[in-house]
Design a protein around this ligand. Structure first.
Ligand code: MG
Length: 205
């Protein structure tokens, strides 16, 4: 019998004028963006927590502590990459991801396909394994907030060769992180260091 696990993630960010809007790895044309220490990508943050949760590896705030200048305006693809590495270290791969965004605007349905493609790309899985749904916050009086719920089903990988190839894919994506980290180091004068969990659940990402 296949060893499967499930993970759940939730995130919310407040809309703020004057910042770009990033959702699902896409930059969207909208008068307001989501406030956050990073790029505020509520969808990628919820997926990251779902993946980490599936292998009981902590949460996004435990790896990316609040106030760390390296993650100021960071591309949330970095957080997803870290979650994939944790998943692979635990010996699991993604079966599928399902998500629900809750926000008043912009309308997600017309761009959900593009978001699914981008997330599938970042996770190195087929687009048929990624679902992006959206609802308006009816009756919640939360029109100034974007929320996201995500679940991830994962299964144990038994073939060592497959684990090795997963590792290679994650490593190739990590080059993106190195580029960003180098940029941040040069801007903030912060020396490069390896990300390690500190198990502080506070999260302002
Ligand atoms: Mg967040």
């Amino acid at each position: 019998m296949t060893d499967t696990r499930i993970g759940f993630g939730f995130d919310s960010h407040e809309f703020k004028p004057g910042v770009p809007l990033h959702i699902g790895g896409l930059k969207l044309d909208h008068p307001e963006g989501l406030a956050g220490h990073s790029d505020g990508d509520v969808l990628l943050h919820a997926i990251t927590d779902a993946l980490l949760g599936a292998v009981a590896a902590g949460d996004i705030g435990s790896f990316f502590p609040p106030g760390d200048p390296r993650w100021k305006n960071a591309d949330s693809a970095i957080f997803l990459n870290l979650a994939m590495e944790e998943l692979q270290n635990a010996g699991y791969r993604i079966v599928n991801i399902d998500t629900t965004l809750v926000l008043a605007a912009p309308k997600i349905a017309p761009i959900a396909g593009e978001m699914r493609a981008r997330i599938a790309d970042l996770l190195c899985i087929g687009i048929d394994r990624v679902s992006v749904k959206a609802k308006t916050p009816e009756g919640l009086s939360l029109d100034h907030v974007a929320q996201c719920h995500a679940v991830a089903l994962v299964e144990r990988v038994t073939d060592p060769d497959e684990l090795k190839s997963m590792s290679a894919v994650i490593e190739s994506q990590r080059q993106l992180e190195d580029v960003v980290e180098d940029l941040l180091s040069s801007v903030h004068g912060v020396p490069k260091k390896r990300i390690a969990p500190v198990y502080d659940t506070e999260d302002i990402t």
